[in-house]
Design a protein around this ligand. Structure first.
Ligand SMILES: C[S@@+](CC[C@H](N)C(=O)[O-])C[C@H]1O[C@@H](n2cnc3c(N)ncnc32)[C@H](O)[C@@H]1O
Ligand code: SF4
Length: 384
């Protein structure tokens, strides 16, 4: 029996000052004045159209992702949040995150985001090395990054995430460690530490930059950086996520626990459990901002609807849950997939025997080895 998991709201804001050569997100270089007010109208029309999927449910977390959400003026974010909270119940301690590019920070903005209800900022720092930042095509240098974070802290933000990438062109282990040291000095609550990947259809995939560390070099950086993060009080709780105690990102944790989320905005993806129908629906919106602006609020803005049948749910559940260091509770598997534990008994057994998963009471978690071979572990749960 499927039961309703916590509900999140993802809002995609698709523009950036400049497209970074490694990025395959749905982000578009903004040319000329951007239609912020029209886009907020489109988001609200989109939300209205999806509301029947979540009647009566409470939103636990909101995440403005991009693109560069911090390009949006605080008034636009404020108008969206006010109108959204008039349509949907927000939990009293709702975590509301906004992704921020340090190159867009302006004095006074952070106070206004805070007044609008944004209580967590996620900064795209990438590196504190100016050479690395240049090679990554970033619009800011390390001094801009540090001063943006400090401006946010002065505005009263203490729940900050810093995104860093490693295995960068011409980056040594010492440089990767130095990036972390610079991050620690700013005392963020959370650090996301991503290995640079060459994504298809990006400039870097077409013309790979010189000096990207090989697999062994990248693994070495990951291990050393993980230890350094732990030594500074940042416990790893997911493949790329590290947090001080009590500061995990509730929004992302909900994804990884196979929770529900509405996806609003150009190219946004959602996943919703439909209790009455005992179904899991994935819905995504059309990607291009101009087309999205014209069609939001109608069925034409929906890029696709996909009902996830019971045969695919174990794989989807594991794809997410096994990213978490703590793994999952067997009861959550049953509640979120609507399937009895027996469905995965054979696959679990195979994973225990290979030393990839371990069971402790009602919890199943990946071992060190399992975390190294996540793709193989998850493949055990594919339908035949
Ligand atoms: C959508 S971006 C949001 C932040 C904001 N747009 C910025 O870049 O400042 C989310 C994060 O994903 C990471 N990321 C993007 N492309 C990546 C890639 N090819 N490999 C690894 N991490 C990547 C970056 O750390 C980035 O900050
Ligand atoms: S600023 Fe962020 S979202 Fe925009 S192109 Fe760069 S990495 Fe992608």
């Amino acid at each position: 029996m499927l039961s309703l998991p916590p509900l999140s709201l993802y809002v995609h804001l698709p523009w950036c000052v400049r497209k970074c050569p490694y990025c395959d997100f749905n982000s578009h270089e903004g040319r000329g004045p951007l239609p912020f007010a029209d886009y907020v109208d489109a988001l609200l029309a989109d939300l209205d159209h999806d509301l029947p999927l979540v009647w009566g449910r409470t939103v636990q977390t909101v995440f403005f992702g991009g693109g560069t959400p911090s390009l949006f003026p605080p008034e636009a974010i404020d108008r969206f949040l006010q109108a959204a909270s008039a349509r949907l119940r927000f939990a009293p301690a709702c975590e509301i995150t906004l992704e921020t590019n340090p190159g867009t920070a302006e004095h006074g903005r952070f106070e206004l985001y805070r007044a609008a209800g944004v209580n967590r900022l996620s900064f795209g720092i990438q590196s504190f090395d100016d050479g690395c930042l240049r090679r990554l095509g970033r619009i800011h240098d390390s001094a801009d990054a540090e001063s943006a974070v400090k401006l946010a802290q002065d505005a009263g933000y203490d729940n900050l995430n810093l995104d860093l990438m490693y295995a960068l062109p011409e980056q040594s282990l010492a440089m990767a460690e130095h990036d972390l040291e610079r991050a620690f000095a700013l005392q963020p609550a959370h650090v996301s530490h991503y290995q640079l990947t060459l994504e298809p259809n990006t400039v870097f995939a077409a013309r790979p930059p010189q000096g990207i560390p090989d697999d062994d070099g990248a693994w070495d950086m990951q291990e050393h950086c993980q230890a350094l993060l732990a030594a500074h009080g940042y416990a790893q709780y997911e493949v790329s996520a590290y947090a001080q105690p009590g500061r995990r990102c509730a929004h992302n944790v909900n994804y990884w626990r196979y929770g529900d989320y509405l996806g609003i905005g150009a190219g946004a993806h959602g996943k919703i459990t439909l209790g009455a129908e005992q179904a899991v629906l994935r819905r995504w919106k059309i990607k291009h901002p101009t087309q999205y602006l014209a069609r939001a609020g109608s069925a034409e803005a929906i890029g696709g609807d996909d009902r996830i049948g019971p045969e695919r749910r174990p794989f989807e559940f594991m794809l997410n849950a096994l990213r978490l260091v703590d793994g999952f509770a067997l009861g959550d598997f049953e509640a979120r997939t609507g399937l009895p534990e027996a469905t995965i008994a054979e696959a679990l057994q195979a994973a225990y025997e290979r030393g990839w998963l371990e069971r402790e009471g009602a919890r199943v978690r990946p071992t060190e080895l399992g975390r190294r071979y996540t793709n193989d572990v998850v493949a055990l749960f594919l339908e035949d």
